[in-house]
Write a protein that binds this ligand. Structure first.
Ligand SMILES: Nc1nc2c(ncn2[C@@H]2O[C@H](COP(=O)(O)OP(=O)(O)OP(=O)(O)O)[C@@H](O)[C@H]2O)c(=O)[nH]1
Ligand SMILES: [Mg+2]
Ligand SMILES: [Zn+2]
Length: 274
């Protein structure tokens, strides 16, 4: 799509493709041919990119969870870390908020309070949260991600006021979704651009030294000056302020246990390498 919003079906020059993978969201230089066709001649440097979802140049990543399917919080935590590594603003969107009470949602999202931006939304009960979501999405490119069947495509259709994306037609009673969305497309919604993506549940973090994981947990960084060791990773060290806060209940134990499991995953990767 050009700046004047003209659409071209593009092919990419072999040489360009060999040098660099092309992402959804890339800014490119094109050479128009006849019949709205064009050739991509160059991919401009990107400010960020993720492999899952396969999108670049994002401003917001909106991580969607819902009461059904059951939230995969490990996936959420990994996505938050990926955002911070790539300089993307994460937002946690608790969707299908019409299905459970406000108190239950508050309880479920408590570990993220004061950590990342939170919104609650529903398209069945439109009085819930859509306004806040639009505020989050102002300007730039917002990308929706999360497990299959949490309602990403339903939200995109609501934002655009028309059925641009196919939505899972059966109510997903089963815990796992059906992977209805199979392509990624960017739309203009008036306040910026937005893209739906394909649902997934497995995410391998990019290479990151395990001892650096703590830098991507704002709530741990705040306490770190109180840890006895300046390079504390909050696992086996004595006199650790993070562990103390977890024991006392002022930090979420679940999120801390997931932190340890991500740490171990990164450590294993590192050990494999050397
Ligand atoms: N109760 C309730 N159900 C919703 C809401 N939004 C979506 N759903 C239902 O959730 C199901 C899944 O919606 P989709 O929009 O297809 O989910 P998705 O996240 O795009 O799924 P994938 O494309 O497979 O990744 C559908 O049956 C929707 O009708 C909501 O606000 N409340
Ligand atoms: Mg979808
Ligand atoms: Zn510590």
């Amino acid at each position: 799509m050009t700046e004047d919003k003209k659409l071209y079906i593009c092919h990419i020059r072999g040489k360009v493709k060999r040098d660099m993978n092309i992402y959804v969201g890339d800014y490119v230089k094109i050479k128009p041919l006849e019949d709205e066709k064009a050739i991509i001649e160059k991919i401009y440097p990107r400010k960020n990119a993720l492999i899952r979802p396969f999108v670049s140049n994002m401003d917001n990543l909106i991580i969607v969870v819902a009461p059904v399917p059951k939230p995969d919080w490990l996936l959420v935590d990994k996505l938050i870390v990926s955002c911070y590594i790539e300089n993307i603003r994460p937002t946690l969107c608790f969707h299908k908020a019409d299905l459970i009470s406000r108190e239950e949602i508050k309880h479920l999202t408590k570990p993220y309070e004061g950590v990342i931006r939170l919104v609650q939304t529903s398209i069945k009960d439109k009085s819930i949260g859509l306004k806040e979501l639009y505020e989050v999405m102002q300007g730039g490119l917002s990308c929706f991600t999360g497990q299959s069947a949490v309602g990403k495509s339903s939200i995109i259709n609501e934002i655009l006021g028309k059925e641009v994306m196919e939505v899972c037609d059966v109510s997903p009673k089963a815990q796992r979704g059906k992977n209805t969305t199979r392509h990624i497309e960017i739309f203009d919604w008036g306040g910026g651009r937005v893209t739906d993506t394909c649902g997934f549940s497995l995410l391998e973090l990019e290479e990151l030294p395990p001892q650096e994981l703590t830098y991507y947990y704002d709530e741990y960084m705040k306490l770190m000056p109180e840890c006895r060791f300046t390079d504390c990773v909050h696992i086996n060290e004595p006199e650790c302020a993070v562990k103390k806060a977890v024991e006392e209940g002022s930090l979420s134990k679940e999120r801390y246990l997931r932190y340890i499991s991500i740490y171990n995953e990164l450590k294993e990767k590192q050990d494999e390498k050397y």
